[in-house]
Write a new protein. Sequence first.
Length: 159
Amino acid sequence: MVRRKEKTVYWGAFILEWFGYLQDHDLSSSDYRILFFLCQNMKSYDNSIYMRQKQISEELNMDKGNVSKCIKKLCEKQFIVKIPNGFMVNPHLFYVGKGHPGSREELRDNFDSFLRKNKLSPRFYLNELERKLELDPNEIYGEDEDNDEDDFDFTSLLS
């Protein structure tokens, strides 16, 4: 059995636009504690944390039920996704030690694949060429983009 030697990671990168989503008033201090704990403990080669909720609860000295609620909320917001035996931090938003764009793109594709397995559409897309974080259009306009009931009728101005 070959063990992968875990390197000490000296840097991580937050996508700056993510700070706007981190200011979400729906997130509690417990949500932030867990999110930052997961970011701190993720593997540098795949953004994953192989840890059960019970271990997170023990490490942070938090109630297991509260940890479960926080994990659920972080998954709903797509800051993390559940993977076999743990979680993955969204590489569209945060990554460590990956200087090569191809490897970052592969991480993002893997994350999106896990979302789809959980029957979710990816919410975020990091466009490295334009250096911006893009949202799923449904996030911006709501689920029903074709609903014209609320659109203003500009032809009324012509009469």
